[in-house]
Write a protein that binds this ligand. Sequence first.
Ligand SMILES: *[C@@H]1O[C@H](CO)[C@@H](O)[C@H](O)[C@H]1NC(C)=O
Ligand SMILES: *[C@@H]1O[C@H](CO)[C@@H](O)[C@H](O)[C@H]1NC(C)=O
Ligand SMILES: *[C@@H]1O[C@H](CO)[C@@H](O)[C@H](O)[C@H]1NC(C)=O
Ligand SMILES: *[C@@H]1O[C@H](CO)[C@@H](O)[C@H](O)[C@H]1NC(C)=O
Length: 437
Amino acid sequence: MKLPMKMQKLVLLIPALLAALAISCCNAAAAPVRMQLTHVDAGRGLSGRELMHRMAMRSKARAPRLLSGSATAPVSPAPDADGGPGTRRVQLTFDTGSDLTWTQCLPCPLCFEQSLPYFDGSRSSTHALLPCDSTQCQSLQVVSCGKKYWSNQSCVYIYTYGDKSVTVGHLDVETITFGDGAGADTSRRASMPGVAFGCGLVNHGTYGIAGTGLAGFGRGPLSLPSQLKLDNFSYCLTAAMTGSKPSTILLDLPADLYSHGCSAVQTTPLIKNPRNPTPYYLSLKGITVGSKRLPVPESVFALKNGTGGTVIDSGTSIMWLPPSVYRLVREAFLAHVKLPVVPSNGTGPLLCFSAPPRGKPYVPKLVLHFEGATMHLPRENYVFEVDDDAGNRNICLAITEGDEMTIIGNFQQQNMHVLYDLKNSKLSFVHAQCDKL
Ligand SMILES: *[C@@H]1O[C@H](CO)[C@@H](O)[C@H](O)[C@H]1NC(C)=O
Ligand SMILES: *[C@@H]1O[C@H](CO)[C@@H](O)[C@H](O)[C@H]1NC(C)=O
Ligand SMILES: *[C@@H]1O[C@H](CO)[C@@H](O)[C@H](O)[C@H]1NC(C)=O
Ligand SMILES: *[C@@H]1O[C@H](CO)[C@@H](O)[C@H](O)[C@H]1NC(C)=O
């Protein structure tokens, strides 16, 4: 199914007053909703090398706890977006590695700069504070009752991320509208009253200047997919290194749209970790480099008493492997790629080779074997090219060494339509040209 071009400008809106939007409420699944994502570094004029460095650092920063940090994709409103009188636009970083959705909020005593106005709940008739004893508040780990500052037992949260980013604020409810802000066609908007979100007053960390906060698309009860009771959502990320074409995210997409990929759809179970409800765990069984499956026991990729495991994440840039696996991958690439290794310096922790000025040097294939599914990674999803300071061409591996957790980052998911089938607890993926979706 092809949606009209206009639909590609759908935005995520938090209206402070929802007067104009006469959407049947209570079920965001009424219509599939399409939103646009742009890369956090898009349009900043960074070189490939700077981009990669930032991505590597960002991945590094967030490794200790999977809970995001900064991510690829702030939901980006159309320039002419207007959701009706009193509507407040927000521009959120899309993160499947965390649950809380938040945006910077007045009076914003300690906020980072943003181009959009801060959210002002007092101008909204649909906005309310959540009490401490609400179930939404209880599902957050670090909360206190805001007796002193906000009075009346409102829910005050502290939410931290793996890279030490933090947001502190109060948990509120508001009507949230997803959809195309431009024009009068409201038929493709979906609106949901009473969505819990963080009104962030003290926000500190590696948040992109483009954003106003973060959209938590994790698996926990407070995440947007959980609150919107989505059956599924999907995204298709355009190439990060070669241009800044917007990516797409779809909520409750129709099944036929999904089948437009250019290869067979692969499906694997989503696994739950009782000790951490947020991440999307997968059952990874093994890795092939070239034609040889690495001699790694499956247990290395599995959850061990709630720790380790394999996770697919939109908020981590490049792939993380346990040290023992990374060593084998590195050795395999060293054996296959007949080029001099670049001393790890400007490239950070990544393995890079010095490449001839032109041509496409041979690199071995990389295949991930999941329960029931095989992911043949296109070359662009694990190898990238950068020029060093002297203008020499390097090719680098977009994989790094982490702790016991294996993370499939957004670099590995480029030009792949990835479907999170929450209803059936499955993840599907198919190669796709994401700029054409
Ligand atoms: C706190 O709640 C009480 C009872 O609902 C109400 O009378 C009072 O005005 C509230 N105070 C504030 C500051 O909101
Ligand atoms: C996603 O969910 C919607 C709403 O339930 C459903 O109609 C659609 O078939 C689902 N899409 C896929 C690909 O499962
Ligand atoms: C599993 O983790 C819990 C909590 O950290 C710990 O108390 C327990 O001993 C662990 N069990 C095993 C078998 O390691
Ligand atoms: C490594 O970095 C140092 C300091 O930035 C620099 O002087 C040196 O030339 C670099 N070496 C290589 C091989 O790039």
